[in-house]
Design a protein around this ligand. Sequence first.
Ligand code: FCB
Length: 444
Amino acid sequence: MGLDDAADLQRSSFPSTFAWGVSTASFQIEGAAREDGRGPSVWDTFCATPGNIADGSDGSVACDHYHRYVEDLDLLTQLGVTSYRFSMAWSRVQPNGEGDWNEPGFAFYDRLLTGLAERGIEAHLTLNHWDLPQALQDKGGWLNPEIIQRFCDYACEVGRRFGHRLASLATHNEPWVVAMLGHDSGIFAPGLKDRAVAMQVAHHLLVSHGVALQALRAQGLQTRLGIVLNLSPFHAATESLTDQHKTHLEDGMLVRWYLDALLRGHYPEDVWQHLGDDVPKVNPGDLTTIQQPLDFLGVNYYTRSVVSAGAPWSAKDLGLPVTDMEWEIYPQGLTELLVRLDRDYDMPPIFITENGAAFKDKVENGQVNDLERVAYLQSHIKAVAAARQAGVNVQAYFVWSLLDNFEWASGYAKRFGIVHIDYQTLKRTPKQSALWYGQFLRGR
Ligand code: FCB
């Protein structure tokens, strides 16, 4: 799809109150890893082990957003977004994850929030986008139940200082990723490989979410409070019973485990049975704590999941359209997912907190002609419109991401930005997708 084929996609088909934004995360863009008193996070440690990051890189400079945030805020103005989603680096504001607060760290986020307010852009903050203070990991990290109180202290301090300046505040980004990729497959920080540990970590993340929400509500905050999950529709590779069974189970691990707990106050029985000895230790009252009212649910959507009990299913091998991550481009899955969530749960309003794609972008004559990303964004925004037409209460859409950035275990090789970063010079070049998004937001 070219730029002109978007004629039937109009901002005006969404309500004027609909929030349009872009997303980033602290570790992926900030850099300044050792400046102004920031403590190390688990991702600094993870990057330091050879073999963990595809290109051997780390987050010490990243996009240098810590120093160039004014330029980045101006990019937001150029885009014409109403809203910006970002995360706070816990170890920047509390280097040890407990004890003293680091004022220069808070001062950075104060400057950022002031810059957003001056530009009339809403701030959507995530407390935990994975960069846990290493000092807390040294005490067991998310496995140690004491972290629940530490996280609550951090959430409350942020609420007290900044709550009134935020349009929304999310506790965690993608707890499934922290639990499973961080503690089961070990391909993300802190790199552990133990499913029982992973499930206990998932439980502590959810309990800490509930405890923090209760405490923030007790402060009388007007900010909308929620959590962000990575979700996808699940399809079986074949009609065989084994594929169907595995598909239901994987849906249980990713979707129902989190949503049944958050919205119904229990874990799904079939997944609990399947986990056997790896089930988490659950204290009386934990699930009531987890089931706090949500002002919004953040949904991150990239692709569907196709499950095979045999050889792994590969969209690329089947010749289906894929991104540079080899994730299938499947916009209809976003409509399907949203309609399913709305049907199966008593849903709070939904924000699409991340949606986007990596492609092999190149600067040519000062331009990045990323028409595949333009088409990806257009088709997914249409998928959101279709879900809204089907009655799903989606209130916000954020592109992942504003900038090319540190893509976790893939390092800098995978580019998700609508603004290109030259990592030699740190020059920012808006791609064609940024120009298109700006035109769309201006109603052209
Ligand atoms: C999500 C993460 C985000 C980014 C995208 C591509 O899982 O939340 O930080 O890496 O994937």
